[in-house]
Design a protein around this ligand. Sequence first.
Ligand code: SF4
Length: 442
Amino acid sequence: MSNIQFQTNKKPKAAYYTLGCKLNFAETSAIGRALQEKGIERVSGSETPDICVINTCSVTETADKKGRQLIRRLVARHPQATVVVTGCYAQLKPREVAAIEGVDIVLGSNEKLRAAEYVERWLSERHNIMEVTPPLDITIFRPSCERGERTRYFLKVQDGCDYFCTYCTIPYARGRSRSGRIADLTEQARRAAAEGGREIVITGVNIGDFGRDTGEAFLDLLKALDDVEGIERYRISSIEPNLITDKALRWIAEESRAFMPHFHIPLQSGSDAVLRLMNRRYDTTLFRHRIETIVSLMPDAFIGIDIIAGARGETEEEWQRSLDFTASLPVSRCHVFPYSERPGTKALGIDHIVSQEEKHRRVAMLTSLSESKLAGFHRRFEGATRPVLWENSADGRLMHGHTDNYIRVEAPLREELLNRVTPARLLQADASDPETMKAQAL
Ligand code: SF4
Protein backbone atom coordinates (compact mmCIF):
# COMPACT_ATOMS: atom_id res chain seq x y z
CA MET A 1 0.00 0.00 0.00
CA SER A 2 1.49 3.35 -1.00
CA ASN A 3 1.94 6.16 1.48
CA ILE A 4 0.24 9.42 0.57
CA GLN A 5 2.74 12.26 0.14
CA PHE A 6 2.11 15.96 0.51
CA GLN A 7 4.21 18.62 -1.20
CA THR A 8 5.88 19.57 2.06
CA ASN A 9 8.06 16.86 3.57
CA LYS A 10 6.24 16.73 6.85
CA LYS A 11 3.99 13.74 7.51
CA PRO A 12 0.39 14.64 6.67
CA LYS A 13 -2.18 14.58 9.46
CA ALA A 14 -5.93 14.40 9.30
CA ALA A 15 -8.74 15.64 11.54
CA TYR A 16 -12.15 13.95 11.61
CA TYR A 17 -15.55 15.44 12.33
CA THR A 18 -18.80 13.49 12.60
CA LEU A 19 -22.41 14.61 12.77
CA GLY A 20 -25.39 12.34 13.35
CA CYS A 21 -25.82 8.70 14.28
CA LYS A 22 -23.64 5.97 15.83
CA LEU A 23 -23.24 4.41 12.42
CA ASN A 24 -21.63 7.61 11.14
CA PHE A 25 -19.23 7.64 14.10
CA ALA A 26 -18.24 4.04 13.36
CA GLU A 27 -17.71 4.84 9.70
CA THR A 28 -15.61 7.92 10.46
CA SER A 29 -13.31 5.71 12.53
CA ALA A 30 -13.11 3.27 9.61
CA ILE A 31 -12.14 6.13 7.26
CA GLY A 32 -9.49 7.17 9.79
CA ARG A 33 -8.11 3.64 9.93
CA ALA A 34 -7.88 3.48 6.11
CA LEU A 35 -6.05 6.81 5.96
CA GLN A 36 -3.73 5.66 8.73
CA GLU A 37 -2.84 2.60 6.66
CA LYS A 38 -1.72 5.06 3.99
CA GLY A 39 0.51 6.88 6.45
CA ILE A 40 -1.86 9.68 7.47
CA GLU A 41 -1.99 9.99 11.24
CA ARG A 42 -4.78 11.64 13.21
CA VAL A 43 -3.93 15.15 14.49
CA SER A 44 -3.36 15.41 18.20
CA GLY A 45 -3.97 18.39 20.45
CA SER A 46 -3.78 21.70 18.64
CA GLU A 47 -1.92 20.41 15.56
CA THR A 48 -3.03 21.84 12.22
CA PRO A 49 -4.58 19.21 9.94
CA ASP A 50 -3.57 18.76 6.30
CA ILE A 51 -6.83 16.94 5.64
CA CYS A 52 -10.26 17.54 7.21
CA VAL A 53 -12.79 14.72 6.83
CA ILE A 54 -16.36 15.73 7.61
CA ASN A 55 -18.98 12.96 7.85
CA THR A 56 -22.36 14.69 7.67
CA CYS A 57 -25.94 13.85 8.58
CA SER A 58 -29.15 14.90 6.84
CA VAL A 59 -31.86 13.57 9.11
CA THR A 60 -33.40 17.05 9.52
CA GLU A 61 -33.05 20.50 7.96
CA THR A 62 -31.10 21.47 11.09
CA ALA A 63 -28.62 18.64 10.40
CA ASP A 64 -27.96 20.04 6.90
CA LYS A 65 -27.45 23.49 8.38
CA LYS A 66 -25.04 22.17 11.01
CA GLY A 67 -23.11 20.44 8.23
CA ARG A 68 -22.79 23.64 6.20
CA GLN A 69 -21.73 25.64 9.27
CA LEU A 70 -19.11 23.06 10.25
CA ILE A 71 -17.65 22.91 6.72
CA ARG A 72 -17.41 26.73 6.51
CA ARG A 73 -15.86 26.96 9.96
CA LEU A 74 -13.20 24.36 9.12
CA VAL A 75 -12.40 25.90 5.74
CA ALA A 76 -11.91 29.27 7.44
CA ARG A 77 -9.81 27.80 10.22
CA HIS A 78 -7.66 25.54 7.99
CA PRO A 79 -7.52 27.21 4.56
CA GLN A 80 -4.60 25.00 3.46
CA ALA A 81 -6.27 21.70 4.31
CA THR A 82 -7.79 19.29 1.81
CA VAL A 83 -11.47 19.19 2.74
CA VAL A 84 -13.35 15.92 2.26
CA VAL A 85 -17.12 15.92 2.83
CA THR A 86 -19.12 12.71 2.93
CA GLY A 87 -22.20 11.30 4.68
CA CYS A 88 -25.93 11.66 4.09
CA TYR A 89 -25.90 15.41 3.36
CA ALA A 90 -23.17 14.90 0.74
CA GLN A 91 -25.12 12.01 -0.79
CA LEU A 92 -28.41 13.91 -0.96
CA LYS A 93 -27.11 17.35 -1.99
CA PRO A 94 -23.67 16.83 -3.53
CA ARG A 95 -23.78 19.96 -5.72
CA GLU A 96 -24.78 22.14 -2.80
CA VAL A 97 -21.85 20.73 -0.79
CA ALA A 98 -19.39 21.00 -3.69
CA ALA A 99 -20.36 24.65 -4.15
CA ILE A 100 -19.17 25.55 -0.64
CA GLU A 101 -15.91 27.46 -1.00
CA GLY A 102 -12.92 25.33 0.01
CA VAL A 103 -14.50 21.87 -0.39
CA ASP A 104 -12.20 19.62 -2.45
CA ILE A 105 -13.77 16.17 -2.35
CA VAL A 106 -17.45 15.22 -2.07
CA LEU A 107 -18.20 11.52 -1.58
CA GLY A 108 -21.53 9.73 -1.39
CA SER A 109 -22.49 6.82 0.86
CA ASN A 110 -21.06 4.20 -1.47
CA GLU A 111 -17.74 6.02 -1.76
CA LYS A 112 -17.42 7.00 1.90
CA LEU A 113 -15.30 4.09 3.10
CA ARG A 114 -12.97 4.48 0.11
CA ALA A 115 -12.12 8.06 1.11
CA ALA A 116 -8.39 7.23 1.34
CA GLU A 117 -8.31 6.32 -2.38
CA TYR A 118 -9.99 9.60 -3.32
CA VAL A 119 -7.58 11.63 -1.19
CA GLU A 120 -4.73 9.92 -2.99
CA ARG A 121 -6.30 10.72 -6.36
CA TRP A 122 -6.88 14.35 -5.40
CA LEU A 123 -3.25 14.72 -4.37
CA SER A 124 -1.96 13.45 -7.70
CA GLU A 125 -4.48 15.23 -9.94
CA ARG A 126 -5.39 18.32 -7.88
CA HIS A 127 -8.86 18.42 -9.42
CA ASN A 128 -11.92 18.64 -7.25
CA ILE A 129 -13.74 15.32 -6.95
CA MET A 130 -17.46 14.65 -6.67
CA GLU A 131 -18.37 10.95 -6.68
CA VAL A 132 -21.88 9.97 -5.62
CA THR A 133 -23.54 6.70 -6.63
CA PRO A 134 -27.35 7.02 -7.05
CA PRO A 135 -29.03 5.43 -4.00
CA LEU A 136 -30.77 2.63 -5.89
CA ASP A 137 -27.41 1.53 -7.32
CA ILE A 138 -25.79 1.21 -3.91
CA THR A 139 -25.68 -2.54 -3.40
CA ILE A 140 -22.29 -3.20 -1.81
CA PHE A 141 -22.08 -3.65 1.94
CA ARG A 142 -18.94 -1.99 3.26
CA PRO A 143 -18.04 -3.35 6.69
CA SER A 144 -16.77 -1.41 9.67
CA CYS A 145 -16.03 -2.39 13.24
CA GLU A 146 -14.42 0.47 15.09
CA ARG A 147 -13.69 1.63 18.58
CA GLY A 148 -15.84 4.61 19.48
CA GLU A 149 -14.70 7.56 21.53
CA ARG A 150 -14.46 5.32 24.58
CA THR A 151 -14.17 1.61 25.25
CA ARG A 152 -17.04 0.42 23.09
CA TYR A 153 -16.75 -0.92 19.55
CA PHE A 154 -19.39 -0.29 16.92
CA LEU A 155 -19.96 -3.20 14.56
CA LYS A 156 -21.92 -2.36 11.42
CA VAL A 157 -24.00 -5.39 10.45
CA GLN A 158 -26.40 -3.80 7.97
CA ASP A 159 -26.76 -0.64 5.90
CA GLY A 160 -29.53 1.11 3.95
CA CYS A 161 -33.29 0.79 4.27
CA ASP A 162 -36.22 -0.27 2.08
CA TYR A 163 -38.97 0.90 4.42
CA PHE A 164 -39.56 4.38 2.99
CA CYS A 165 -41.32 5.87 5.98
CA THR A 166 -43.00 8.96 4.57
CA TYR A 167 -41.00 11.51 6.61
CA CYS A 168 -37.55 9.94 6.13
CA THR A 169 -34.76 10.61 3.61
CA ILE A 170 -32.45 7.85 4.81
CA PRO A 171 -33.38 5.33 2.06
CA TYR A 172 -32.36 8.02 -0.47
CA ALA A 173 -29.15 8.79 1.41
CA ARG A 174 -27.98 5.27 2.26
CA GLY A 175 -29.50 3.16 -0.49
CA ARG A 176 -31.13 -0.27 -0.40
CA SER A 177 -31.02 -2.54 2.61
CA ARG A 178 -27.96 -4.79 2.56
CA SER A 179 -26.14 -6.86 5.14
CA GLY A 180 -22.77 -8.28 6.07
CA ARG A 181 -22.18 -12.03 6.34
CA ILE A 182 -22.29 -13.73 9.73
CA ALA A 183 -18.86 -15.32 9.21
CA ASP A 184 -17.24 -11.93 8.39
CA LEU A 185 -19.02 -10.11 11.19
CA THR A 186 -18.00 -12.62 13.84
CA GLU A 187 -14.44 -12.39 12.54
CA GLN A 188 -14.55 -8.61 13.06
CA ALA A 189 -15.88 -9.14 16.59
CA ARG A 190 -12.97 -11.53 17.24
CA ARG A 191 -10.54 -8.88 16.04
CA ALA A 192 -12.13 -6.31 18.35
CA ALA A 193 -11.73 -8.77 21.25
CA ALA A 194 -8.07 -9.32 20.31
CA GLU A 195 -7.54 -5.53 20.43
CA GLY A 196 -8.92 -5.47 23.97
CA GLY A 197 -12.54 -4.61 23.15
CA ARG A 198 -15.01 -5.68 25.82
CA GLU A 199 -18.29 -4.28 24.52
CA ILE A 200 -19.74 -4.14 21.01
CA VAL A 201 -22.72 -2.08 19.91
CA ILE A 202 -24.40 -3.62 16.88
CA THR A 203 -25.20 -0.81 14.45
CA GLY A 204 -26.95 -0.40 11.13
CA VAL A 205 -29.72 1.64 9.57
CA ASN A 206 -32.48 -0.96 9.89
CA ILE A 207 -30.69 -3.68 11.85
CA GLY A 208 -33.64 -6.05 12.15
CA ASP A 209 -33.73 -6.29 8.35
CA PHE A 210 -30.35 -8.06 8.56
CA GLY A 211 -30.05 -11.02 6.23
CA ARG A 212 -33.07 -10.37 4.01
CA ASP A 213 -30.68 -9.99 1.07
CA THR A 214 -28.31 -12.82 2.01
CA GLY A 215 -30.70 -15.46 3.37
CA GLU A 216 -29.12 -15.36 6.84
CA ALA A 217 -31.18 -14.74 10.00
CA PHE A 218 -30.77 -11.93 12.52
CA LEU A 219 -31.11 -14.33 15.45
CA ASP A 220 -28.37 -16.55 14.00
CA LEU A 221 -26.12 -13.48 13.85
CA LEU A 222 -26.81 -12.75 17.54
CA LYS A 223 -26.06 -16.36 18.48
CA ALA A 224 -22.80 -16.41 16.50
CA LEU A 225 -21.64 -13.12 18.06
CA ASP A 226 -22.57 -14.39 21.51
CA ASP A 227 -20.05 -17.20 21.05
CA VAL A 228 -17.11 -14.84 20.41
CA GLU A 229 -14.71 -15.19 23.31
CA GLY A 230 -13.50 -12.02 25.02
CA ILE A 231 -16.51 -9.87 24.19
CA GLU A 232 -18.38 -9.51 27.46
CA ARG A 233 -21.22 -7.30 26.30
CA TYR A 234 -23.32 -6.62 23.24
CA ARG A 235 -25.98 -3.98 22.76
CA ILE A 236 -28.33 -3.59 19.81
CA SER A 237 -28.26 0.10 18.96
CA SER A 238 -31.86 0.45 17.69
CA ILE A 239 -34.33 -1.96 16.15
CA GLU A 240 -37.77 -1.62 14.58
CA PRO A 241 -40.60 -3.01 16.76
CA ASN A 242 -41.89 -5.29 14.01
CA LEU A 243 -38.43 -6.86 13.57
CA ILE A 244 -37.33 -7.63 17.13
CA THR A 245 -39.29 -10.84 17.47
CA ASP A 246 -40.55 -12.42 20.68
CA LYS A 247 -38.31 -15.40 19.86
CA ALA A 248 -35.20 -13.17 19.74
CA LEU A 249 -36.24 -11.45 22.97
CA ARG A 250 -36.72 -14.80 24.69
CA TRP A 251 -33.29 -15.96 23.51
CA ILE A 252 -31.64 -12.76 24.80
CA ALA A 253 -33.40 -13.13 28.16
CA GLU A 254 -32.95 -16.84 28.70
CA GLU A 255 -30.00 -18.13 26.73
CA SER A 256 -27.62 -15.41 25.64
CA ARG A 257 -24.35 -14.96 27.48
CA ALA A 258 -23.51 -11.38 26.59
CA PHE A 259 -26.54 -9.51 25.16
CA MET A 260 -27.46 -6.80 27.63
CA PRO A 261 -30.99 -6.02 28.90
CA HIS A 262 -31.02 -2.77 26.94
CA PHE A 263 -33.25 -1.95 23.98
CA HIS A 264 -33.89 1.06 21.80
CA ILE A 265 -37.09 0.78 19.80
CA PRO A 266 -38.47 3.63 17.68
CA LEU A 267 -42.14 4.41 18.34
CA GLN A 268 -42.36 7.71 16.38
CA SER A 269 -46.02 8.20 17.29
CA GLY A 270 -48.46 6.75 19.80
CA SER A 271 -51.37 7.34 17.42
CA ASP A 272 -52.32 4.60 14.97
CA ALA A 273 -53.66 7.16 12.50
CA VAL A 274 -50.30 9.00 12.48
CA LEU A 275 -48.34 5.72 12.28
CA ARG A 276 -50.34 4.89 9.14
CA LEU A 277 -49.59 8.31 7.66
CA MET A 278 -45.92 7.72 8.43
CA ASN A 279 -46.04 4.32 6.65
CA ARG A 280 -44.69 2.63 9.76
CA ARG A 281 -45.07 -1.16 9.78
CA TYR A 282 -46.71 -1.68 13.17
CA ASP A 283 -49.49 -0.27 15.27
CA THR A 284 -49.66 0.68 18.92
CA THR A 285 -51.01 -2.78 19.87
CA LEU A 286 -47.91 -4.49 18.48
CA PHE A 287 -45.65 -1.85 20.02
CA ARG A 288 -47.18 -2.30 23.48
CA HIS A 289 -46.90 -6.07 23.10
CA ARG A 290 -43.15 -5.82 22.37
CA ILE A 291 -42.48 -3.52 25.29
CA GLU A 292 -44.52 -5.66 27.68
CA THR A 293 -42.75 -8.79 26.44
CA ILE A 294 -39.38 -7.20 27.21
CA VAL A 295 -40.55 -6.13 30.66
CA SER A 296 -41.98 -9.56 31.48
CA LEU A 297 -38.81 -11.35 30.34
CA MET A 298 -36.28 -8.77 31.60
CA PRO A 299 -37.92 -6.61 34.29
CA ASP A 300 -34.75 -4.54 34.83
CA ALA A 301 -34.16 -3.78 31.13
CA PHE A 302 -33.55 -0.23 29.99
CA ILE A 303 -35.96 0.58 27.16
CA GLY A 304 -35.44 3.76 25.13
CA ILE A 305 -37.89 4.86 22.46
CA ASP A 306 -37.85 7.55 19.74
CA ILE A 307 -40.80 9.86 19.15
CA ILE A 308 -41.37 12.56 16.55
CA ALA A 309 -43.39 15.51 17.83
CA GLY A 310 -45.63 17.55 15.57
CA ALA A 311 -45.53 15.36 12.44
CA ARG A 312 -47.85 16.30 9.62
CA GLY A 313 -51.30 14.86 10.35
CA GLU A 314 -50.80 14.97 14.13
CA THR A 315 -53.98 16.86 14.98
CA GLU A 316 -54.66 17.91 18.56
CA GLU A 317 -56.74 14.78 19.06
CA GLU A 318 -54.03 12.43 17.68
CA TRP A 319 -51.36 14.24 19.68
CA GLN A 320 -53.31 13.65 22.90
CA ARG A 321 -53.71 9.99 21.95
CA SER A 322 -49.99 9.75 21.26
CA LEU A 323 -49.00 11.44 24.52
CA ASP A 324 -51.34 9.24 26.59
CA PHE A 325 -50.05 6.10 24.90
CA THR A 326 -46.42 7.10 25.44
CA ALA A 327 -47.05 7.99 29.08
CA SER A 328 -48.66 4.57 29.65
CA LEU A 329 -45.65 2.61 28.35
CA PRO A 330 -43.22 1.12 30.91
CA VAL A 331 -40.17 2.60 29.16
CA SER A 332 -37.07 4.24 30.65
CA ARG A 333 -36.52 7.15 28.31
CA CYS A 334 -37.95 8.92 25.24
CA HIS A 335 -35.71 10.52 22.62
CA VAL A 336 -37.81 13.35 21.26
CA PHE A 337 -37.36 14.86 17.79
CA PRO A 338 -39.36 17.75 16.39
CA TYR A 339 -40.80 16.83 13.01
CA SER A 340 -38.66 18.29 10.22
CA GLU A 341 -39.89 18.81 6.65
CA ARG A 342 -37.57 17.09 4.19
CA PRO A 343 -37.67 17.92 0.49
CA GLY A 344 -38.71 15.00 -1.70
CA THR A 345 -40.49 13.03 1.04
CA LYS A 346 -44.08 11.82 0.71
CA ALA A 347 -44.97 13.40 4.05
CA LEU A 348 -45.11 16.76 2.28
CA GLY A 349 -48.42 15.61 0.73
CA ILE A 350 -50.07 15.06 4.15
CA ASP A 351 -52.61 17.65 5.29
CA HIS A 352 -52.59 19.30 8.68
CA ILE A 353 -49.36 21.08 9.41
CA VAL A 354 -48.45 21.62 13.06
CA SER A 355 -47.22 25.17 13.76
CA GLN A 356 -43.65 25.65 15.01
CA GLU A 357 -44.92 26.98 18.30
CA GLU A 358 -47.18 23.97 18.85
CA LYS A 359 -44.38 21.62 17.82
CA HIS A 360 -42.13 23.13 20.48
CA ARG A 361 -44.88 22.76 23.09
CA ARG A 362 -45.22 19.06 22.21
CA VAL A 363 -41.44 18.55 22.31
CA ALA A 364 -41.33 20.17 25.76
CA MET A 365 -44.14 17.97 27.09
CA LEU A 366 -42.55 14.76 25.79
CA THR A 367 -39.13 15.83 27.09
CA SER A 368 -40.53 16.38 30.54
CA LEU A 369 -42.30 13.00 30.39
CA SER A 370 -38.97 11.43 29.44
CA GLU A 371 -37.15 13.12 32.33
CA SER A 372 -39.63 11.79 34.84
CA LYS A 373 -39.45 8.28 33.34
CA LEU A 374 -35.63 8.31 33.52
CA ALA A 375 -35.64 9.62 37.08
CA GLY A 376 -38.13 6.88 38.06
CA PHE A 377 -35.95 4.24 36.39
CA HIS A 378 -32.88 5.45 38.27
CA ARG A 379 -34.74 5.54 41.60
CA ARG A 380 -35.64 1.86 41.19
CA PHE A 381 -31.96 0.96 41.29
CA GLU A 382 -30.79 3.08 44.23
CA GLY A 383 -28.86 0.72 46.52
CA ALA A 384 -28.70 -2.07 43.89
CA THR A 385 -25.48 -3.76 42.73
CA ARG A 386 -24.99 -4.00 38.95
CA PRO A 387 -22.00 -4.85 36.71
CA VAL A 388 -20.31 -1.80 35.14
CA LEU A 389 -17.80 -1.50 32.30
CA TRP A 390 -15.51 1.29 33.52
CA GLU A 391 -13.94 3.96 31.36
CA ASN A 392 -11.74 6.93 32.05
CA SER A 393 -13.09 10.41 32.45
CA ALA A 394 -11.30 13.51 31.22
CA ASP A 395 -10.78 15.06 34.64
CA GLY A 396 -8.55 12.26 36.01
CA ARG A 397 -10.53 12.05 39.29
CA LEU A 398 -13.57 10.09 38.22
CA MET A 399 -14.38 7.08 36.11
CA HIS A 400 -17.59 6.55 34.22
CA GLY A 401 -19.38 3.53 32.90
CA HIS A 402 -22.67 1.91 32.11
CA THR A 403 -24.40 -0.84 33.99
CA ASP A 404 -25.65 -3.88 32.09
CA ASN A 405 -29.04 -2.13 31.92
CA TYR A 406 -27.53 1.08 30.57
CA ILE A 407 -27.51 3.32 33.63
CA ARG A 408 -24.66 5.78 33.33
CA VAL A 409 -22.66 5.80 36.57
CA GLU A 410 -19.78 7.77 38.01
CA ALA A 411 -17.34 6.73 40.73
CA PRO A 412 -13.91 7.82 42.09
CA LEU A 413 -11.21 6.74 39.65
CA ARG A 414 -9.52 3.38 40.19
CA GLU A 415 -7.09 2.86 37.33
CA GLU A 416 -6.99 -0.91 37.79
CA LEU A 417 -10.70 -1.17 36.95
CA LEU A 418 -10.61 0.67 33.62
CA ASN A 419 -11.88 -1.37 30.65
CA ARG A 420 -13.06 -4.06 33.04
CA VAL A 421 -16.55 -5.14 34.01
CA THR A 422 -16.88 -5.15 37.81
CA PRO A 423 -19.79 -4.86 40.27
CA ALA A 424 -20.78 -1.46 41.59
CA ARG A 425 -23.30 -0.27 44.14
CA LEU A 426 -25.58 2.44 42.74
CA LEU A 427 -25.98 5.24 45.25
CA GLN A 428 -28.24 7.99 44.00
CA ALA A 429 -28.95 10.09 40.95
CA ASP A 430 -26.60 13.06 40.64
CA ALA A 431 -28.73 16.20 41.11
CA SER A 432 -26.44 18.23 38.85
CA ASP A 433 -26.55 15.56 36.13
CA PRO A 434 -29.87 13.69 35.91
CA GLU A 435 -28.35 11.35 33.32
CA THR A 436 -25.87 9.86 35.80
CA MET A 437 -26.01 7.96 39.10
CA LYS A 438 -23.27 8.11 41.69
CA ALA A 439 -21.81 4.68 42.30
CA GLN A 440 -19.25 2.86 44.39
CA ALA A 441 -17.04 0.29 42.70
CA LEU A 442 -16.96 -2.85 44.87
S1 SF4 B 1 -37.21 2.42 9.01
FE1 SF4 B 1 -38.20 4.29 8.30
S2 SF4 B 1 -37.33 5.87 9.65
FE2 SF4 B 1 -35.97 4.10 9.80
S3 SF4 B 1 -34.38 4.47 8.24
FE3 SF4 B 1 -35.96 3.21 7.28
S4 SF4 B 1 -37.30 4.71 6.27
FE4 SF4 B 1 -36.09 5.84 7.76
